[in-house]
Ligand binder design. Structure first.
Ligand SMILES: *Cc1c(COP(=O)(O)O)cnc(C)c1O
Length: 380
């Protein structure tokens, strides 16, 4: 049992409203006798294509694999080559960077814009070289990483855009994507979604998806995720096994029906926090002018580094859970510190030292969020 009155994220409570439908889907899935592929996966792919306003969606094993399959797919299509550089924000979750490395490409980190915490057009421009082939935008904390300035650099330089939309399903940009969609996952050439259980729409295990406007990429990804096989016992590529479990697809089809309400409840909570928190020690996150641009996967406040631990203790002493996204920037992780030796990304490092994520779980009410804000305001 969770002893906090307001745990950071109680997934049992988040899924409680769906329990009957989930049970029914599990029973149906077990009885179907089909445990790879099948109808629930087809349905999920259709649902995702429609929710993201993109022609192709492919359910896969998880978000990291989705990113990697996109990059490997572009290599097969001859649009990316071993050693090509991909620009990505230095404050992302490490998975974005791991996908680039696993695909044999070179991640080029750049500090984020301090207000949006996403890539800035300036940041991209500073990191461009003649080996830059792609930009990986990351919709960090649920805020879509896309705007007119980014769009115009991409177009001028003819770069590929791979969107890490793991945190942002349902977010909608106020400026045009490269094709005919403004939805997270679909503003660039291809995007990755994650349904890791803690995401806004979480599976009951691992799951992810690739979204794309390109039929060729979709075909390559579908084959790569299934041993490189385009039809039975015929292997075009040295592929992987990155298929989605149909039982997870069945669960997701249920939860995705609520996507709009899930996003809207998070926007309301973020607005309540931002209106109610008035503690001068605490900096609140920037809100996009167009509220549809964020689905608030996290609500992240910042404090002076020296106050952060006391603040977290104050919260927990008052029954409030919190988390840190993320305490160590990827370039300072042991796995990557050699590769990025001598690099420093001051904004990413400052953010890692200052950030605290507040509870946003779907089962918390607006009144809970007000209570939490009051306790936050009493921190001295
Ligand atoms: C969760 C996440 C991923 C990875 O997704 P998994 O499904 O856990 O593999 C990638 N990038 C970002 C930004 C994420 O938040």
């Amino acid at each position: 049992m969770n002893s906090l009155k307001y745990p950071f994220l109680d997934l049992g409570a988040v899924n409680a409203p769906y329990i009957e439908a989930l049970n029914e889907a599990a029973v149906g899935s077990i009885a179907s006798g089909r445990y790879i592929g099948g109808e629930s996966v087809e349905q999920l792919n259709n649902n995702l294509a429609s929710l993201c306003h993109a022609p192709h969606a492919i359910g896969v094993s998880n978000g990291l694999d989705a990113l990697r399959l996109i990059l490997e797919g572009y290599k097969i299509l001859g649009m990316l080559h071993e050693g090509d550089e991909i620009i990505v924000a230095a404050n992302t979750y490490i998975a974005s960077i791991l996908a680039i490395i696993h695909a044999g490409l070179k991640p080029v980190l750049t500090d984020p814009d301090p207000s949006t915490l996403n890539l800035s057009a300036d940041g991209i421009e500073r990191s461009l070289t003649n080996r830059t082939k792609a930009v990986m935008t990351v919709d960090l904390y649920g805020r879509i990483d896309w705007n007119e300035n980014i769009r115009s650099i991409i177009a001028d330089r003819n770069l590929l855009v791979v969107e890490d939309a793991a945190q942002a399903i349902g977010a909608q940009s106020s400026s045009d994507g490269l094709f005919d969609s403004r939805f997270a996952g679909a503003v660039g050439h291809a995007g990755a979604l994650s349904f890791y259980p803690t995401k806004n729409v979480g599976a009951l295990g691992d799951a992810g998806a690739v979204i794309t406007h390109s039929k060729d990429l979709a075909d390559a990804v579908r084959a790569l995720a299934n041993y490189g096989s385009d039809r039975r016992y015929h292997n075009l590529y040295c592929g992987f096994n990155c298929r989605i479990d149909p039982i997870q697809a069945a669960f997701l089809n249920i939860k995705l029906k609520d996507l709009e309400q899930i996003s809207e409840r998070r926007r309301q909570k973020a607005e309540v926090y931002s209106n109610a928190i008035s503690n001068p020690l605490i900096s609140k996150p920037d809100h996009p002018t167009d509220r549809l641009e964020s689905v608030w996967h996290q609500y992240v406040v910042r404090l002076p580094e020296t106050d952060r631990m006391r603040f977290i203790d104050h919260l927990s002493a008052n029954g409030i859970g919190s988390d840190i996204h993320y305490p160590t920037p990827p370039h300072m992780q042991p796995a990557l510190s050699d590769r990025f030796a001598g690099c420093s990304f001051p904004e990413a490092q400052r953010l890692a030292a200052q950030c605290v994520s507040l509870p946003m779980a779907d089962n918390l009410t607006i009144s809970d969020i007000r209570q939490i804000s009051t306790i936050i305001n009493s921190f001295k």
